[in-house]
Design a protein. Structure first.
Lengths: 339, 354
């Protein structure tokens, strides 16, 4: 005797053999994939699943390619030495100077095959440029966010600022470079790390500003009102209640901004340029500096296999750096802990 | 006696709560002023960016005028009469729009699919059902799996946006293009009469660049579209199911139309991103000033033009490049403003439903 699956204790069970209930054919209520509308639904669900997995393919393809091509080249030498020059191939008609002795020939061959150079100064340069940009960004981003979230959230200026920040989130990074070129490089007469930091600042401000605003707004009103009730000035509320409570959220925004800035190439190409030397003193920020992203761009098209390998290795380091900042930033986000 | 007792009661309170001192009031005013002035400076920064680029482009705007946008040749070394160089950016404008539209078509198919997948909880439901086969669905650790895996998937999709574009360019140049060349060759051999396949794919071309753009816009589209889909009020969804709709009848008939404004907004914002993307295009699109409909022919874009020419630009070149930058700025600003406006309207519409 078929039992009611939704209510096993039901007494009014259908008698054996009855498959209609009033006018309704009970078989038609069962879910069957053979019915066109169910088949359609199933097919679209499968398609969506395939497309979602397909969207992840590039992520893993890039990571696998970086690991297989770049990992072999990552060693102490690559991480700590200066970038190599491209090896200029000898012309065919140019008479090759024969090495004097057998030992000298061996040494030369060994030198040819040995893997030389690295990108130590580029890692340092990336950190310096992004750090410099962060120094300029933080007052703009966080003070602006305090204004937006706390001091005057509904004023004309607040509305204008929010609009500008949203415009800047969609601002092409290459144009930030163009602007920095126009105000710093043309003024100083040469490319410099400072110009690159100015360009990156424009790209970092909106991320820091909007995330910090959200973080400050999420601080419970009770805490704020308790401080006000104790006679705290608005500034004291900000310093002693809002900023400490919103700190993880603000840090998330900063981390994400740093992750984005570290990978930017276009604005650095013609503002910072490239350098094949170490950073010696603080004055270096007014001169061209090496960075990982520009190194990858300069070396990828090289005919020298050594430089191409370095481009892959530098990419791997860059991606690991960016992903690390991203993942740490996301794990700090207060939103994550709630959900 | 009574007054003494009262004072003893009040004293500890006074130690915690008191009026602000004079210094604190002054510092408060100072700090508020500081925040306001930094807010002003950020707003002025945007005005300054636009103004600076316009001023530096002025010599070129005066010299070339509208011809600059209509011209199809960019050759700084050419001499026409007493004029140095010929400057026209129509091929770049075409390349910018064409690559972005192509990337957007591919990217929005994937992006919207990902958004639906993540908002409907397909994955969480499947894992939950699987766990319930072993009666583990409310287990202390296994019970967290459905939500945890879905969260991980969402973050993985967002990581697509984290990979620097120069790395995508490197990957596209060494891995993607060699992979595509046999396919492109076959299409060109057999379907030559289709305008899209009318040329061979060299080491660089439009389609690889568009595919990289598609990869880069998927996170933008999926994140914003997912927010729009999740924000559809549950009662609408439940009403559809209550009428006997299947999952996709509910999705296509009710949920996606309700969220459509948000989805359009996300696609337009992604369009803005794609227009301004530089490195992947500078490395993959080929830097040839052609106007071709073929997917395999090399082309050029405004951003790639800037990236390739600015590093060695002389003083006489800068105004022309600034003019090109201004055109790119105008296009992206227009697209972004439209996208933001649509998203704002979708939020308002949703509040109306609630």
């Amino acid at each position: 005797m078929p039992t009611n699956p939704f209510n096993p204790d039901a007494t009014h069970v259908l008698p054996e053999g009855q498959d209609t209930f009033g006018d309704v054919d009970l078989g038609s209520l069962e879910k069957s994939l053979l019915r066109p509308r169910n088949m359609f639904s199933f097919a679209l669900t499968s398609l969506t699943t395939v497309l979602t997995l397909g969207a992840l393919v590039p992520l893993f393809a890039v990571l696998i390619a970086l690991t297989t091509r770049g990992f072999a080249r990552i060693n102490v030498e690559a991480l700590t030495s200066l970038p190599p020059k491209a090896i200029v191939k000898h012309d065919e008609d140019e008479p090759k100077v024969e090495p004097a002795t057998k030992e000298a020939a061996k040494a030369e061959a060994a030198e040819e095959t040995v893997r030389r150079g690295g990108f130590g100064n580029a890692i340092l340069g990336t950190l310096v440029i992004v750090g410099l940009a962060l120094l300029i960004t933080i007052p703009f981003g966080i003070l602006g966010a305090i204004y937006l979230a706390e001091f005057n959230p509904k004023s004309q200026l607040a509305r204008a600022l929010r609009f500008c920040a949203k415009l800047l989130t969609g601002f092409p990074s290459v144009l930030a470079g163009v602007f920095a070129y126009g105000i710093v490089v043309l003024l100083m007469g040469n490319k410099s790390a400072l110009a690159g930091a100015v360009a990156l600042t424009i790209l970092m401000i909106p991320t820091v500003l909007l995330t910090a605003e959200d973080a400050i707004r999420m601080v419970p009103h009770k805490m704020k009102e308790a401080a006000i009730g104790m006679g705290a000035t608005p500034t004291q509320v900000v310093w002693h209640v809002l900023l400490p409570t919103a700190f993880p959220g603000i840090l998330t925004g900063v981390m994400l901004a740093v992750a984005r800035a570290a990978g930017e190439t276009a604005p650095l190409l013609f503002t910072v340029g490239f350098s094949r030397f170490w950073i010696d003193d603080f004055g270096e920020v007014l001169r061209p500096m090496a960075s990982l992203a520009v190194l990858v761009f300069n070396f990828y098209g090289s005919s020298d296999a050594n430089q191409q390998e370095l481009a892959w290795a530098a990419s791997l380091v860059l991606v690991l750096l960016v992903l690390a900042f991203n993942i740490v930033g996301q794990s700090l986000s207060p939103k994550m802990k709630h959900s | 006696m009574a007054t003494v007792e009262r004072q003893a009661d009040v004293a500890p309170l006074q130690a915690v709560a008191r009026d602000p001192q004079r210094f604190e009031k002054v510092f408060d005013q100072f700090f508020r002023g500081l925040c306001t002035s930094f807010s002003w400076m950020t707003v002025l920064l945007v005005v300054w960016i636009v103004g600076q680029m316009t001023v530096q482009a002025l010599p070129s705007i005066r010299e070339h005028g509208f011809e600059f946008i209509k011209g199809t040749v960019w050759d700084p070394n050419a001499r026409v009469g007493d004029q140095h160089g010929v400057y026209g950016i129509l091929p770049h404008i075409w390349g910018t729009l064409y690559s972005s539209v192509l990337g957007l078509i591919i990217g929005s198919i994937f992006g919207v699919a990902v958004a639906v997948f993540l908002s409907e909880g397909f994955l969480a439901a499947t894992i939950f059902n699987l766990l319930s086969k072993f009666n583990l669905q409310y287990h202390r650790y296994f019970g967290r799996l459905p939500d945890g895996i879905e969260e991980t998937l969402r973050n993985l999709i967002q990581l697509l946006a984290a990979i620097p574009s120069v790395v995508y360019g490197l990957w596209g140049f060494f891995i993607l293009v060699p992979l595509m060349q046999p396919m492109a060759h076959w299409l060109h051999e057999n379907l030559r009469w289709v305008p899209f396949f009318s040329t061979e794919l060299g080491p660089k071309g439009m389609l690889p660049a568009a595919i990289i753009l598609a990869i880069m816009v998927v996170p933008t589209i999926s994140a914003i579209s997912r927010d729009a889909l999740v924000a559809v009020p549950p009662k609408i969804r439940e009403a559809a199911y209550g009428l006997g709709a299947t999952r996709w009848e509910a999705l296509l008939g009710v949920i996606i139309p309700t969220a459509s404004t948000g989805i359009y907004g996300s696609i337009i914002l992604a369009f803005g991103r794609a227009l301004g993307e530089t490195m992947a295009l500078a490395m993959l699109v080929g830097s040839m000033n052609t106007i071709e409909i073929s997917l395999f022919s090399p082309a050029n874009t405004l951003a790639a033009l800037l990236a390739n020419n600015f590093p060695e630009a002389g003083a006489d070149q800068v105004p022309n490049l600034m003019y090109a930058a201004l055109v790119l700025l105008a296009i992206t600003l227009a697209v972004n403003v439209v996208g933001a406006w649509i998203l704002q309207r979708s939020n308002r519409k949703r509040e109306g439903i609630r």
